[in-house]
Design a protein around this ligand. Structure first.
Ligand code: GDD
Ligand code: MG
Length: 368
């Protein structure tokens, strides 16, 4: 089976993490984000994947290679300019089979794609959209179905008065190649706004699912995805290394302080005396956590150094950062790659610190 993954978006809502690393290859727990999608596709018999990209395509290609590491064939379709979700597909048309899957490249899910394909076939659909319920559909594509699962209406980014169901498009489609006839070539086209409406009543079906599903497009959701993976709320390959105690300390890590599961601690990490890591923490390779520091509900990527008595809670710290003694990184803050925070700072309130920025000692505090 063939699949096209759309990864051409710029990932602006995940900045500063995505200013140095494109979203598809951003590390999530212990592997590039897109690896979760590839492993999920592989479990459903996909062996041929086309990555539809534009933005930073070469670095995506460098990390993923030809796919052999993941056990499938991987090819790249690089648009000359962003073509939108349908335009990108049209651009990849020469590579496409009669029937294929199309996936938004920013969702973490274990939806049963095999069952979706079976329904698609049984209903003789032209396009089948996987659907999931979410509490707030406003950021997604809202779908109404009839009792036979035919789509009655598709509303992209509905306004509050248009929201009367919680079922949205999960960004996982089964498509027949003939759908491409509806897409004009060589220009930007949105599949959600320009193609689905044309197929309503003419072969567009929904496949409602209760599976785990999350769009990882914001820092909050990136953290939620991290925690759900290490708690085992979503079926991923990470479970194999977490084992029954939900704690994975890689060989070569040195933990003198306390590690509380669920947590992942990679090789070369040093957690010093009286430091406290977890629950819900991921420490990338060669991270060092000094005496008395606390890291919980947080992600700290490769090579970052955390000073004595620091508190990191509800935050994401990219690779190669240095955090001075007694500083607090809390409240949804995100530090880009190579940031240096002096001692005695408080970074909170969803602050996003751009890559390579330096903040002197005691420069930022918050009234409490
Ligand atoms: N190649 C390419 N070219 N890919 C693109 C382009 C483009 O011009 N524009 C967006 N993409 C990719 C993004 O990288 C992402 O993986 C996917 O297409 C969807 O784009 P988003 O920008 O993330 O859209 P969204 O999240 O607001 O909405 C979409 O996803 C929802 C589910 O998460 C829509 O498909 C909604 O209907 C859906 O509910
Ligand atoms: Mg998205």
């Amino acid at each position: 089976m063939q699949a096209v993954i759309l990864v051409g978006g710029q990932g602006t809502r995940l900045r500063p993490l995505t200013s140095t690393v494109p979203k598809p290859v951003l590390p999530l727990v212990d592997r590039p984000f897109i690896a979760y999608m590839l492993q999920w596709l592989l479990r459903h018999g996909v062996d041929d994947v086309i990555m539809s990209c534009g933005f930073l395509a070469s670095s995506v290609r460098n990390v993923l290679g030809d796919g052999s590491r993941y056990g499938l064939r991987l090819r790249f379709a690089e648009e000359p300019d962003p073509r939108g979700t349908a335009g990108a597909l049209k651009f990849a048309e020469p590579m496409l089979d009669e029937r294929f899957l199309m996936l938004n490249g920013d969702v973490l899910t274990d939806i049963d794609l095999s069952a979706e394909v079976r329904q698609h076939e049984a209903s003789k659909a032209k396009a089948t959209l996987a659907l999931v319920p979410v509490p707030d559909p406003s950021a997604y594509g809202l779908v109404h179905l009839n009792s036979g699962n035919a789509v009655l209406d598709f509303v992209e980014k509905p306004s509050p008065d248009q929201i009367d169901t919680n079922l949205i498009s999960a960004g996982a489609y089964v498509l027949e190649r003939e759908v491409l006839k509806l897409v004009p070539p060589d220009r930007k086209v949105s599949i959600e706004r320009e193609v689905w409406p044309l197929l309503v009543g003419d072969g567009l079906y929904g496949y409602p699912s209760e599976s785990y599903w999350l769009d990882i497009g914001t820092p909050d959701r990136y953290l939620k995805a991290t925690f759900d993976i290490i708690e085992g709320n979503v079926a991923t390959g990470v479970m194999e290394r977490l084992g029954r105690d939900y704690l994975s300390i890689a060989q070569g890590a040195q933990v003198e302080g306390r590690a509380v599961p669920p947590a992942i601690i990679e090789g070369g990490v040093h957690v010093r005396r009286d430091a406290h890591v977890g629950s819900l923490a991921v420490l990338g390779k060669n991270v060092s956590i000094a005496e008395g520091a606390t890291v919980e509900r947080a992600v700290v990527l490769d090579g970052t150094e955390v000073g004595r008595g620091c508190v990191l809670r509800n935050c994401i710290v990219a690779a190669g950062c240095r955090i001075g003694d007694r500083s607090e990184i809390v409240g949804g803050a995100v530090l880009g790659e190579g940031v240096s925070i002096g001692s005695d700072n408080v970074i909170a309130g969803g602050a996003r610190i751009s890559a390579s920025v330096s903040i002197p000692d005691g420069a930022i505090t918050f009234e409490t």
